[in-house]
Design a protein around this ligand. Structure first.
Ligand code: SAH
Length: 220
């Protein structure tokens, strides 16, 4: 993000949200800063704007949900971003997590299968002044080969296993966060690949995400 969003009437709510996210245990300063900067009200349906700065998940239409800010923050904190990474996000949804990633990494490439959501996310990101993001409408289980390799990846939907194309497009030393498991319960898992290509999986927490569709998701 290069242009700071205008100071708006939600700034006070955002400051309180940062405190809520801090209370939830998030310590990464860059992540907390991003939560304080991103105008979440622009990423939720207008009727729900009054709840935009509560630390809760909300429906965003098309049967999808935007997670609670502390959930996004914990996920991004686990990626230990330095601000220089090229990140792949699978499942743009509202674009809120995309915006948090845009402030904590170098460049974000996000794939969303539902065109309506992708279009809306582009509009919200534009309104928020975020411009280091590219969005592709398509099957994110295939990754985004043209821009690989990625130093970090986040999959925002539940998957039975790690889609093979994502592992292929992950840079040596890269980190991939994905909720793994059946449709009704998953474990948020951090997959790391060493410089020599050795894969390691660390379970972080229990989670419940909407299903990842597509060739290497639940439809494959
Ligand atoms: N993190 C998002 C919420 C994501 S919900 C936010 O902040 O709003 C999960 C998203 O993954 C949904 O938008 C869904 O349409 C998308 N999705 C599911 N399967 C996909 C696939 N194979 N490729 C791309 N997007 C997918």
């Amino acid at each position: 993000m290069t242009r700071k969003p205008e100071r708006d009437s939600y700034a006070g709510y955002r400051a309180r949200l940062v405190e809520a996210v801090r209370s939830a245990g998030i310590r990464d300063m860059a992540v907390l800063h991003a939560v304080g900067e991103v105008p979440r009200h622009l990423f939720v349906p207008e009727a729900l704007r009054g709840q935009a700065y509560e630390d809760t998940s909300l429906p965003i239409g098309n049967g999808q949900t935007i997670s609670a800010p502390s959930t996004h923050a914990r996920a991004i904190e686990a990626l230990k971003l330095t601000g220089r990474e090229k990140v792949l996000e699978v499942g743009t949804g509202s674009g809120y997590q995309t915006a948090l990633l845009a402030l904590t990494a170098g460049q974000v490439f996000s794939v969303e299968r539902v065109k309506t959501l992708a279009d809306r996310a582009r509009t919200s990101l534009g309104a928020a002044g975020v411009n280091n993001v590219s969005i592709l409408v398509g099957d994110g289980t295939l990754g985004w080969r043209a821009f690989a390799p990625f130093q970090a990846m986040v999959v925002a939907a539940a998957s039975p296993d790690v889609p093979a194309p994502l592992l292929e497009q992950l840079a040596p030393g890269g980190r991939l966060l994905i909720p793994l498991g059946p449709r009704d319960a998953q474990v948020l898992t951090l997959v790391t690949v060493s410089d020599r290509g050795v894969q390691h999986r660390a379970p972080l927490s229990e989670a419940r995400f909407v299903p990842l569709r597509g060739t290497h998701g639940f439809d494959g």
